[in-house]
Design a protein around this ligand. Structure first.
Ligand code: ZN
Length: 264
């Protein structure tokens, strides 16, 4: 039996803020001296008292996000926990053990375990570490601006001179690792980075299509996201009006459509 369950990361830590709240940790508790494997073993016994506890392996790994994973294969449980939690107090590891093991066995998770885990990740110091980690590790998502066919710095600066009077500060530029047809370009404001899909780094891909995608991402730099409404408006009316000024706008769009629907 292979069973894999994704982390309780994401939605758990991002909901709400509890700055300044520190959970009480019972230092006198015997829990304090348990290893992660011992904690998972004890919690397993609690959840499935009549089942012999399988071999359990716990490893801390460097993830971009505060994720953890559990997997049951060939009678062995493997747990991978984000290294952000390596120094976490035992009660937090215990709460995570409850969350992951109950998910693995598709049992309900008691609210107080979820709450304790969430409180810890929502602490101001943890939020800061999570954000820094994401910035540092997220950077590895691209492989620099010079590709085999095009240099994104050259493309950017040509468009900058032609359309923005050379006044736009150049963000970090990079080719994506994968040849994505669904995400052609992307501006990430938290890293101040434009990433372009590797499908354009190809002599067969028309340069006009690449220029248009870069121009679009540059407009995201020029027109920051409007947060005033309830729904974020990424392509504001000014954005769209400016985009139409791109010469050969229609031709570029139809080139993109062909490129995206190509089957290869
Ligand atoms: Zn866009």
């Amino acid at each position: 039996m292979v069973d894999e369950v994704d982390s309780p990361g994401g939605d758990l830590w991002s909901t709400g803020t509890t700055d300044g709240i520190h959970e009480p940790v019972n230092v006198a508790s015997a829990l304090f001296f348990e290893s992660a494997v011992e904690i998972f073993t004890r919690v397993h016994r609690e959840i499935r008292p009549r089942t012999p506890v399988p071999a359990i392996e716990v490893a801390y790994k460097r993830f971009v996000d505060p994720n953890s994973r559990i997997r049951l294969e060939a009678g062995k449980i493997s747990v991978t926990i984000t290294d952000l939690l390596e120094g976490a107090p035992a009660p937090v590891t215990e709460a995570l053990a409850h969350i992951l093991l109950n998910k693995l066995y598709r049992k309900p998770i008691a609210r107080h375990h979820q709450h304790r885990y969430r409180l810890y990740l929502n602490r101001r110091d943890m939020q800061r570490r999570i954000e820094l980690t994401r910035q540092e590790r997220g950077r590895k998502a691209h492989s620099g601006p010079s590709g085999s066919t095009h240099d994104l710095v050259v493309v950017f600066e040509e468009l900058n001179a032609r359309h923005f009077g050379g006044m736009m500060a150049r963000p970090e530029l990079g080719w994506s690792h994968i040849r994505s047809r669904t995400r052609l370009g992307h501006f990430d404001p938290s890293h101040n980075m434009i990433m372009i899909s590797r499908i354009f780094d190809d002599p067969r891909a028309p340069r006009l299509a690449l220029e248009y995608v870069m121009f679009h991402e540059m407009l995201h730099l020029r027109y920051p996201v409007d947060h005033s409404g309830t729904r974020r408006c990424v392509h504001t009316p000014e954005f769209k009006a400016h985009e139409k000024q791109f010469p050969d706008f229609k031709e570029a769009k139809s080139l993109l459509r062909k490129l995206v629907t190509l089957t290869s």
